[in-house]
Design a protein around this ligand. Sequence first.
Ligand code: NDP
Ligand code: MG
Length: 384
Amino acid sequence: MKKRVAILGATGSIGTQALDVIKAQPDAFEVEVLTAHSNADLLIQQAIEFQPNAVVITKDELYETVREALASHPIKVYAGMNAVNSVVEMDSIDIVLTAMVGYAGLESTIKAIEAGKSIALANKETLVVAGQLITQLAREKGVNIYPVDSEHSAIFQCLAGEFHNPIEKIILTASGGPFRGKDRNFLQTVTKAQALKHPNWDMGAKITIDSASLMNKGLEVMEAKWLFGLKNEQIEVVVHPQSIVHSLVQFEDGSLKAQLGLPDMKLPIQYALHYPNRLKSDFPRFSFLDYPTLTFEQPDLETFRNLALAYSAMEKGGNAPCVLNAANEVAVAAYLRDEIGFLAMSDLISDCLAKVAYIATPSLSDLVHTDQETRRMAQELVNG
Ligand code: NDP
Ligand code: MG
């Protein structure tokens, strides 16, 4: 039986790599749904190639373009976010890959879990914002959430066969990004072109900036907390510039297991979509002789304040991670428009964390409100 896959955010870095995986494994997978936001041309091209049951373009004004281009194909075409929220419920879908970027993926992830669909989760921001609600809902619905993020996939792979053994701690590896070893004076003047050049991974713009600021690792610490049911103090971060050891788990007997490989998202994507079975692949193989030195160092929390801010939002809990995420999304977008400097991103996030009203046990509507309120405040701070 082929697995029928819905890809939310098919036109992005994860979405296109997922389609490469599916194309290489035609006996294992079939594309059921594709969604995109603004890249109508690529969505049309993907739809013609993969012949899904339905596509959704979330920018309403692009609906006619997509509909006309696919008129001669037996493919349903919808527009808008509400359409994404309903297509994820289709009976014919086995697994939903959440590869949208940011908070925008929250509602559709919840709808997919409510409909009982397995989730291959790339969209880490949803777990940062609403990890408690999402994981509780998944437990109630008996839905499995398979991690796509390389670090979390590494931990999940280390846990295979060990799910009954308690975890002592996990160690998330971080590349350190393009500015590893630099000081705040240097960061004061870094351009977005420099920040967008990640040493090891080729990813979407938002996560690439998050990697340069170490916010990505802060988001991943919270993602790990919810995916693996960990206490805050069980999660450590170590900088590993070669990005070969993708993360580690330490068990109660002291044994440490790691998963290694070249930095290539296709492997974790394929593992999440086809769990528990591994599929034979021709992904490039790692050789120790090409990497005779693997190194590890402490993250620099004073220079990269975003990681410290993420830790403090996680400690505070409640709606604080939602505030952190919304402020960060506004800050990154402003940085990418050259409206604020690199270090101003942390100032803006820190201001929002201090000012937005704290809610200890937020409902979904509290989180929606917190997100809106924080975005408004953050945008005011950007505008000065
Ligand atoms: P991209 O920016 O490359 O792609 C984002 C996708 O989401 C695109 O298909 C885009 O559509 C769509 N999208 C953007 N904005 C909206 C919106 N407002 N509403 C609906 N859809 C939207 O991102 P990535 O693929 O890099 O990342 C996706 C997620 O995966 C993120 O949460 C990221 O943190 C996570 N992730 C990514 C990794 C990577 O290697 N790239 C690694 C680990 C996790 P369009 O292009 O048509 O506008
Ligand atoms: Mg990662």
